[in-house]
Each structure stands twice: as C-alpha cells, then as structure tokens.
Design a protein around this ligand. Structure first.
Ligand code: BMA
Length: 888
C-alpha cells in the first residue's frame, strides 16, 4: 500500500478520510435495497408423485431464503447430510419432485405510500411459477438471471403471501428431449436412474450444469430461491443502473462517462442529475451536475467525468488495487453508488511467423503472465457459500502468488462478494458464461433470447469490477463438437439437424454473446470458447489461442514429463487429482470406510464414475510405488499432484513470452472429496497449494528434466525490474557429499526468462550413482536463497531415500509455536500434520537438503502438550521405506 505510506503522516487528511469514508458507507447503504423481510416455509407440492414414498412432506416446514430444497430438508431433519457417506443415490427423488415455497410478509407504511413497487428475485432455481396474494405474478425458467415484477397497488399492510412452485427440471424437460429424433450431447449421465442416460435434460435448462453431477462433485438437482428477494419502491422515478466507462486513461487524466438508466413514471418531466467521484481515500475528486429531460419509461443519461492524476487499479504484483467510488443521484430518486477501479485491458493477439497467434492479457499497457487456477462452484448448494469462505479461498489464491482465476462455465455467475474480494486482492478474473460442455439448443430462438437476457443481466451486474478482464462464451463446447466426435456423430445421423445445431452455436457464441459484451461490457474483450481461437478452424490448438491439455491425467494418461513437450500460447486448463487431507476425509467417511476401493471413498471420487482411484494409482505407482495404506495413498496422491503440476507450471513460465498464462485445474472444491483442486472444501491447502506459492513466485527457478535426461535450467522474473543475483548448481548424494558445483552471477531480465543452460545427466552426475544423487539448482541474492529446485535422476521409488531422516522439535514462542526441523539425509516432500488439532504451519510440503535445518512458525490455539502429541511428520523416505505401515 504505497500510497498509504506517503500519506500516513498527515493528520488532517486522516480525519478527512474518516469522514469521507463514513459518508460513502452511508451512501452505499442507500444503494443496497434490503432483502424482503419475510417468513419463509416450504413443502412438497400437494399431490406430487413423490408423496407416496415420502409421506407427510406436504406439510409446511420452515425454509431458508436464499437457500435450496436440499438444505431445507436437511435443516428440517428429513434427510441426512448429502455430503456424508454414500448419500446421493437415496436423494435423487428430490430432483424429481415439485416443491412449493411460501413467504408471508408485511409492508411498512412508507413503502405502501409510494407510487410504484417491484419485487425482484435475484435467483430462482429454475422452473418457477410465482404468485402474489393468490394472483399469478411471473413464470421463470432461467436460474442465471434476475426476475422482476411490478406490484403497484397489489400489496397490503399485513399478511401478504408470495408463493413459488418449483417444477422438477427433469420432469419438465424430459418429454421434449425424448421427443427429439436425435439428441445433442449432454454431460455426465446419471448413474442413479432418475434420468435416462440417452435423454439428459441439463443442457436444455438454464440452471447450473454441475447440479446434474460433474467429475468432481455430486449430483443434486436442487431447486429453490437461491438468491435474495427484494421489494423496491419509488415515486416519480428511480435509477435502475449505473455504469462507468473509461474513455481515456493515462498518467495525467481519466476521462470517464457515467451511464445511468433512469426509469421515469407516467408523466414526462425533468430532474437534476449529479454524478460525483471519490478517490480511494474518500475525497471527492470530480463532480458534474445537469438538468435532464426524462420521458416516461426508460431513459439513458450520460455524463462526462474527468479525474486528474488518476490512481490505477493493478493486478497483484504490478501495483496497488486503488478503487474509486462513483455516486449518481437524480432528484426524486434514491442515489446509487458503484465502486470501481481504473485500468485498461487488452487481449494481445499477435500473429507469429509460423502461423500461430498469441493470447496475452495487457493490463494498463503492461503484458501480464497469468498465473492461477480454474474456479468451480464453492458448494453444491450455492446459498451456503459465505463471504468468509470466498475470502478464505481467494486470499489463499493470492497467497500462492496467483494473479488470475478463471470462473469456469459449468457453475453459476458468482456473487458480488466474489468480485469485490477479487478487486480488493488484485486477482484478474476470466469469466465464462455459464455453459459447461456438450451442446445446447442454440437453434431455438426462445432459448437464445433467454441466454441473452441472462448475459445482459450479469454483465451489467458485474461490469464495474476491474478484476474482470475477459468474458468467454463457454467451456469446451467448440472442442467437444469438433474433436470429441459429437459433431461427427450427429452429422452422420442427421446432417440437417447437425447443421442447425452448429449454426445455433455460432449464432449464440459467435454473435449474440459477443454483441452483449460489446454493448454492455465497457471494453472488456470477448472470447467465444475455451479452449479456442475465437471460432478458428481448430478449437484446441497449441499454436493459436488458449489450450486445455489433458493428455496427462486424461486420455492416454501420459506421464507428467509430457507437460514439458506441450507449449501453448496460454494454458487455461491442465490438472492432476489428489485426495484431501485425512481430517477432511474423516468428515464424510468413518475410519473403517477409508479404503482405496471402499464404497464411500468411491462415492467421493467422481472421475470415470468412481474409477478415478485407478487413475491415481497409475500415476502414483509409476513414480512412487504402491501405497501400503489409505493414509499413504492420500499423502502420495498429494505429492504426485504437486510435483506434476509444478513441472507443467514452471515449463509454461519458462516459455514466456510465447506462452503467456498458466491456469491449472482447479483451485477449490464443491464438497469434500477427491479432485484436481489445490484447496479442499474446508480451505485446507493440499501439497500443491504450498508448491504453487513457490512455483508461481515472482522470482523462481525452472530446472526441468525430461525423460531423455536433459535438464533445461532457466531463471524466471515476473517483476518489472531487472535483478542481479547468483545461480548455483550443486550435485550431491543423498547424504550430502557434494560432487560438483558451478556458479555464476547473472542479471535476470524484467518480466521475462533468462535461459542459463541445458545439462545432460552425464554432465551433472559425472559417473556418480543416479539413484543416490540429487542436483540442486538455486538462485541466491546476498547469500540468501531466493528460489531452489531439485532435480532427481530416477523415479522416487528407485531413489535411495531413507526413512527417519527428519527430526523435529516444537517450542512455544509467545502466542505461537516454533517447529525446528533437521534433516539428516535428503528429505523429500516433508508433510507436517496435526491431525484433528487445528494448527497451521507457515509452510509445508517441502524438501530439505542433507544436514539442512529449518524453523517454521506454527499458529494454533492448542497448548504445547496437545500439539506435541498431535504432531505427525512424514517424508517420502518414511512412506516408501519405513518398516511398518504408519498408523494415525
Ligand atoms: C475440464 C473441465 C471440467 C472438468 C475437468 C476435469 O476440461 O472443463 O469440465 O471437470 O476437465 O475433468
């Protein structure tokens, strides 16, 4: 916070800031309409077919709004926890039933006295029939958009009743899907028999796709009021939208245009419109006022604003995240505020001499190498996701030196909280529209109109967030059609229909959504599909556009070293799975259920319909050998994931500027289970997340050894300044005897890669035993190690790693603890675990050289004896060579 430092000595400014801040808070509260204060209840719709198997559910029970029918049934004690055990099969009936929600509410005199009123539903999931006081109000069929209904004169002071019937999406859509002579590709078929595998409805519903099950999460086809309901009221007019467009942004000035939407009542009139801008310290830095004529209905009002010496919003690592507040007020209407950041964004698409085309984000004129991960929904039931949970996982992303997250298209458009936190933390967001895979009826004009309404809604809701730097049409639809056989099969079966489906795709993603982003997106670029090259002939091309690479883990299941031979322009997906730590597994499986092939464990492993552990074993066995117990399996899965993804990410970074991004699959989890995530459902860091903090650090060492025994050594510097430092390469045996050393002073170019050398094994080993050797590549500055990477010459299972090489002592130090570690011989993949005792070591999942010591801070509320008793240490040597199977 550089600007804070410059100002901190000036007392008068502090006081001014306090008052301006307080004023802005008041303004914000005016702008946020409070949720409808209502008593909500729910029931199975009387007469529903499920009532025979589930009697008594047509009685009203208390409901939570925002919420979902599954969480309401759980709270009512009707069902058990959908995340515990193997609960899914027994809960699919919920998605086949119709449900009814009811809200009873009173309206205060001030609201009643106003001329106009509107009920706004921020999220109805999905096929909903809404009535107010016994009269129909609206019908909804899209969970991704908000729905509004005017209720002028329809409210009373007491005893209003809102009813919402939610129809089963499966039963609603199945007849039309079954009537199709040929089907379009869906995603994951239900293994539970609630929906026929050859007539999947998910792609026909504008409902979060992952609710129908995904390869990292359960199938819970839920329903309900998943976002807030508001009652808005006004008299002469109201502001329905405020956007701030940046027209010019340089060091001297920002020229902005405030775009207001003003809804005027029945009579034309005129009103004074004021727009003000407040700088990050709360000082008013610009204001404009104008009398405008207003026609009945919708009016667009534009006012120019100019800010001198603007403070820019930067992605983390490039500068501060300054934000301005813009306030618009119209005489006779409530004021509206928007918090925004000033930045420019450009997608650089330079053609190269080999026929390739780049893909790079340029923010405020600076090319940014994107480092980060893909984000999936944070829960099967989105209303359970609190701001605290979002902050926890986004903060963890920033702490791991990420600067970009991709919001993947199979979920839902994230909450305002998500983007507010991303803005604050300087995380760039690649935002997909909500299409997760397969194909959809783009040939149906009504479907497309629904998507356009949804897109307009969300782009308008989110466009003031400086974090959003790309709107992307969908996830993997184009590549699925072109490369996975979907297009070919349908074309063979019914060429005319296939042509219609493809044309629908082009209309929707090539035209409709592009146009919405051009009209509403305030200059943020649009990209039709990930992976793709914006409707180029080839969809997943390493030389053009962005790339998803799944030959490692997926398809041929190549070894992780294959990552080194895949060099795309921007890697937007690649991944390896791992299980979460044992305390997370304990949350859904009893200890005696914890077996690699146990039914509860398989129920929480969604890849290849529960066979994902076979894929995991394939990778673990290749490099580390066969795990001897479930805890070994969990640990080795994390080591494998971390080491594999590290190889890929460093290779992507070392390929700069040809490659300009590396987003691994995936950051977070939807529930406790096996997945490609680096953070588990509870926010615990897997080994990968600790590795990410090192391999995404601004300065890092890439020493990448391929199967041919060649190690490419380069130094990475994302910073905007050159760095002069020293590199060392040492080769030693597992007991620390050094056999070779080289070192040199080097200047690392800014925002780039400094290639140092290529080593063949023989140059490094000089005849020493590869199984007993390790090469240590380091970058040092003033004697301190800035970055290090170890290179091994044989798979870990063949390396001479011994058990019992790590010693630990834990001491209290004021309100925290210090853990002193000492390695006798080479220690790989040390893992510090306190079991069920809450304790966080400041680092984990690291290597130690023979003889090396390291001291770590541990934070915990537990006392010293409890912590000492809980402490468990593991290393690769212990896991592969300890005489007995470790217990816990
Ligand atoms: C990708 C994604 C997801 C999926 C993941 C893991 O390609 O787009 O649909 O969950 O792979 O298989």
């Amino acid at each position: 916070m550089q600007h804070e430092k410059f100002r901190s000595g000036i007392g008068r400014n502090r006081i001014l800031r306090f008052f301006c801040g307080a004023l802005l808070c008041m303004l914000c509260s005016i702008a946020l309409a409070a949720p409808l204060p209502a008593q909500w209840s729910f029931r199975l719709l009387p007469g529903d077919a499920q009532s025979q198997a589930h009697p008594g559910l047509d009685a009203w029970r208390p409901a939570q709004v925002p919420g979902s029918v599954h969480t309401d049934l759980l709270a009512a004690g009707v069902i058990g926890d959908p995340y515990v055990g193997a609960a899914e099969a027994g809960l699919q009936w919920i998605g086949l039933a119709d449900w009814e929600y009811r809200a009873r509410f009173d309206v205060d005199a001030a609201t009643l006295a106003r001329r106009h009123a509107e009920l706004r539903f921020d999220g109805l999931d999905t096929f909903a029939e809404v009535s107010l006081n016994g009269q129909p109000l609206l019908r909804a069929d899209n969970a991704h958009r908000s729905w509004r209904a005017r209720v002028d004169g329809r409210l009373r002071a007491q005893g209003n009743e809102l009813r919402i019937v939610f129809r089963s999406p499966i039963r609603t859509l199945l007849p039309q899907v079954q009537a199709m002579p040929h089907r379009i590709a869906g995603n994951y078929p239900s293994p539970y028999g609630d929906e026929p595998a050859d007539a999947m409805v998910g792609n026909f519903a504008r409902k979060p796709a992952y609710h129908f099950g995904w390869d990292w999460g359960p199938r819970y086809v839920t329903a309900g009021v998943w976002r807030d309901v508001h009652l808005d009221s006004w008299d002469a007019r109201r502001i329905t939208d405020l956007a701030v467009r940046t027209d010019v942004l340089d060091d001297q000035r920002a020229a902005l245009t405030a775009q207001l939407q003003v809804e005027q009542g029945e009579a034309a009139g005129s009103a004074r419109v004021t727009v003000e801008a407040f700088d990050p310290d709360g000082r008013r830095v610009a204001a404009v006022e104008r009398e405008v004529a207003l026609r009945p209905g919708d009016n667009r009002v534009q006012l120019p604003l100019e800010i001198a010496q603007p403070r820019r919003w930067w992605p983390v690592g490039y500068g501060v995240q300054d934000r301005y507040t813009v306030r618009a007020s119209v005489q006779g209407a409530d004021a509206v505020t928007r918090r925004t950041g000033l930045r420019t964004v450009r997608l650089q698409r330079d053609a190269d001499a080999e026929g390739g085309q780049g893909f790079a984000f340029v923010i405020n004129g600076v090319p940014v190498f994107a480092k980060g991960a893909n984000v999936i929904p944070f829960d099967a039931f989105p209303a359970r996701v609190t701001r605290e949970r979002l902050r926890r996982d986004l903060q963890a992303a920033r702490d791991a030196n990420m600067n970009m997250l991709r919001n993947w298209g199979g979920g839902y458009y994230e909450s305002d909280d998500f983007f507010d936190i991303a803005d604050e933390l300087g995380l760039l967001v690649w935002q997909d529209f909500m299409f997760g895979g397969g194909m959809q009826p783009g040939y149906d004009p009504a479907f497309r109109a629904s998507v356009v309404a949804e897109a307009r809604d969300n782009v308008r809701r989110l466009r003031h967030h400086p974090s959003i730097v790309l709107w992307c049409g969908n996830n993997e639809e184009e590549t699925a059609w072109k490369d996975w056989g979907h297009g070919k099969q349908l074309t063979e079966a019914d060429p005319a229909f296939a042509a219609q489906v493809w044309q629908g795709y082009v209309d929707l993603f090539g035209n409709d959504l592009r146009q919405v982003v051009a009209e509403e997106g305030l200059g943020v670029p649009y990209w039709s599909s990930s992976p793709g090259n914006d409707l180029d002939a080839k969809a997943n091309d390493s030389r053009r556009g962005d790339k998803h690479y799944w030959d490692v883990w997926g398809g041929p299941a190549l070894p992780a070293t294959a990552y080194l031979r895949e060099t795309p322009r921007f890697m937007s997906e690649y991944g390896l799975q791992a299980w979460p730590r044992l305390s997370t597994v304990d949350a859904f499986a009893a200890r005696d259920e914890q077996a690699i092939d146990g039914p509860v464990i398989r129920a929480h492993q969604k890849f290849m319909a529960g066979k994902g552990n076979e894929r995991l074993l394939h990778y673990i066995e290749r490099e580390y050998g066969t795990p001897r117990s479930f805890p070994d399996f969990v640990y080795l899965s994390q080591v494998m994931q971390a080491e594999g993804i590290e190889l890929a990410a460093l290779h992507h970074r070392a390929s700069r500027p040809y490659t300009m991004g590396s987003l691994y699959w995936q950051l977070n989890d939807v529930w406790p289970g096996a997945s490609w995530s680096s953070l588990d459902y509870y926010g615990n860091w897997k080994a990968l997340h600790f590795h990410a903090r090192r391999f995404f650090a601004g300065v890092a060492v890439a020493a990448l050894r391929d199967d041919d025994g060649v190690t490419r050594f380069s130094l990475l510097n994302d910073g905007r300044d050159a760095i002069t430092a020293q590199w060392h390469v040492r080769v030693m045996d597992v007991d620390g005897r050094e056999s070779a050393r080289q070192q040199e002073t080097v200047t690392l170019s800014p925002m780039g890669v400094t290639d140092v050398a290529r080593f063949v094994d023989a140059d490094l080993l000089k005849g020493h035993d590869p199984a007993r050797s390790v090469a240590v590549f380091e970058l040092l500055h003033d004697g301190a190690v800035l970055a290090r990477r170890l290179v091994h010459f044989v798979p870990a299972k063949e390396q001479a790693l011994a058990a019992g090489q790590l010693q630990a002592e834990l001491h209290a130090d004021g309100d925290r603890y210090r853990l002193r570690l000492q390695a006798r011989g080479l220690v790989r993949a040390a893992w510090i675990d306190f079991g069920d005792v809450a304790a966080e070591p400041e680092d984990n999942a690291f290597d130690l050289l023979p003889g090396e010591t390291r001291e770590l801070v541990v934070r915990s509320r537990a006392d010293l004896p409890t912590l000492r008793a809980a402490l468990q240490l593991r290393t690769l040597g212990d896991t592969l060579h300890a005489p007995s199977v470790p217990s816990r």
